[in-house]
Design a protein around this ligand. Structure first.
Ligand code: PRT
Ligand code: ZN
Length: 224
């Protein structure tokens, strides 16, 4: 369903939402986040913001439901691999890597365990929210493993006896430390990215995207 207004999907509530809203505001997009609305209309530009769970953003882009999205590369790549495995559309265009949402996806093990390299993960059960990314990494290095899919509390899985290791997002490392774990391998370094759907759009919309990109460039440079 095409509309005249540019649709941008952003995370409603979470680690990316504030910085994402700040970026749009610094780009001159005026909007008022009020209540529990799913769609917020910009006041001074033909832009609608769609406020959703971050998990939904890659699919909304790949299905061409929205024009632009801001999403962590970790989530984007996981969903892309999942959809590719199901033969669903998984194309998108990366317009720009952004300067927030930085983290790494790492395999972590008991802090007291001996670790001499990825071979030591052979035959281990790895708890994760990112089974596709773990599989891609382990297949690449040729190490056999099994997974335990958890959508939360991944870091307690080893202590709870559910898994031998975990693969989860890390930023400061405090969560790993608090759970008696240590980082063994970094499998992805991630940041938030601005992505576009590959659907054909009007020249007006494409021109608006170009203008936004120039402003984003300016905003990020001004911060550096
Ligand atoms: O509700 P919704 O589904 O939209 O949000 P969510 O809970 O799935 O995601 P959210 O808001 O937690 O994270 C959104 C995105 O922020 C992630 O997909 C990453 O791209 C990025 N990001 C950056 C992080 C972190 N840093 C991060 N540290 N996401 C999660 N964490 C968690 C991590 O899972 C672990 O529990 O923070 C903990 C580790 O942090 P440290 O500092 O203790 O190492
Ligand atoms: Zn999520």
């Amino acid at each position: 369903m095409q509309t005249q207004r540019l649709r941008i999907a952003i995370q409603k509530k979470g680690r990316l939402s504030k910085e994402c809203q700040d970026l749009l505001k610094r780009c001159g997009v005026k909007f008022n986040m009020m209540g529990e609305r799913l769609v917020v209309h910009a006041e001074n530009m033909p832009i609608d913001l769609l406020l959703v769970r971050d998990d939904d953003i890659p699919g909304l882009i790949m299905d061409g439901v929205v024009d632009l999205g801001v999403i962590g590369e970790n989530e984007l790549e996981e969903v892309g691999l999942e959809r590719a495995a199901r033969n669903e559309a998984c194309d998108y265009i990366t317009l720009r890597r952004l300067d927030f949402g930085g983290c790494r996806l790492s395999i972590a093990i008991d802090k007291d365990a001996d670790y001499n390299g990825p071979q030591d993960l052979n035959g281990k059960r790895i708890a994760t929210t990112y089974p596709q990314l773990v599989k891609r990494y382990m297949d690449d290095i040729g190490v056999k493993f099994t997974t335990c899919m958890l959508n939360g509390s991944v870091e307690v899985a080893p202590r709870a006896g559910l898994a031998d290791a975990i693969c989860d997002l890390v930023s400061t490392g405090a969560t790993l430390e608090a759970n008696g774990l240590k980082e063994a391998e970094v499998i992805l370094r991630s940041k938030a990215v601005l992505i576009q759907s590959t659907e054909t759009i009007s020249n007006e919309k494409q021109a608006l995207i170009e203008r936004l990109l120039i402003r984003i460039q300016g905003v990020i440079q001004a911060k550096e």
